[in-house]
Design a protein. Structure first.
Length: 161
C-alpha cells in the first residue's frame, strides 16, 4: 500500500483498508517494518513481488516524492513482470486532474473514489473485488471527466517592459 504517512485522510483510510484486506490477503504497509530496516530497499522489494499496489491519492500524497516513486516503480516493474503489480489508484476526496508524471501512469487505468468516512466500507468491498479479478469502478473516460472538478482558467496579462 502506498500513501502519505502522517496525513489525513490518507493514513486513517490506508490503515482501515489494510486491516480489512489483511483478513484474506497478505498485505504490506510500511508500518509493519521493524526498526532498523532499510525502508527504501524493503518497500522496493515488496512492490517487486506484489500482485497489486493500492495507492491512496489525496492533495497531499500526489505531491509526495515517495508516493510518486512507488507508483513509478510499480509502473516500470509491471512492464517487465507480465503486468504485475497492477496499480489500483484510490482518489481520496481528490478531484483534480493528475499532474505529470502521475498522469502518465494513472490516467489510462481504472480508479476508485473515496469521498468521506462513510465511503470506507464500499471502498473496501471494491478493492476486494479488484484483487479478486474485478475492476475498479471509475473506468470510462466520461466517468473520469465527470469526477474531475473543472478548474477555472487563470487569467493573466502580459505587459511590455
Amino acid at each position: 500500500m502506498s500513501y502519505k504517512r502522517n496525513a489525513s485522510p490518507d493514513e486513517p483510510v490506508a490503515l482501515q483498508v489494510f486491516q480489512a484486506l489483511s483478513q484474506q490477503h497478505k498485505v504490506f504497509i510500511d508500518q509493519t517494518m521493524s526498526v532498523g530496516t532499510r525502508w527504501a530497499e524493503c518497500i522496493e522489494a515488496e512492490i517487486r513481488q506484489a500482485d497489486f499496489l493500492i495507492t491512496f491519492l489525496s492533495a497531499l500524497s500526489t505531491s509526495s516524492e515517495m508516493v510518486v516513486a512507488e507508483i513509478e516503480t510499480a509502473h516500470h516493474l509491471a512492464k517487465s513482470q507480465s503486468g504485475r503489480p497492477i496499480i489500483l489508484p484510490v482518489r481520496l476526496a481528490y478531484q483534480e486532474p493528475f499532474l505529470y508524471p502521475l498522469s502518465a501512469y494513472l490516467n489510462g487505468i481504472n480508479w476508485a473514489f473515496w469521498k468521506d468516512a462513510e465511503d470506507t466500507p464500499r471502498l473496501i468491498a471494491e478493492l476486494l473485488q479488484a484483487v479478486s479479478g474485478g475492476a475498479l469502478a471509475i473506468s470510462e473516460e466520461k466517468s473520469k471527466a465527470d469526477l474531475l472538478q473543472k478548474s477555472q482558467p487563470s487569467w493573466f496579462t502580459l505587459q511590455r517592459c
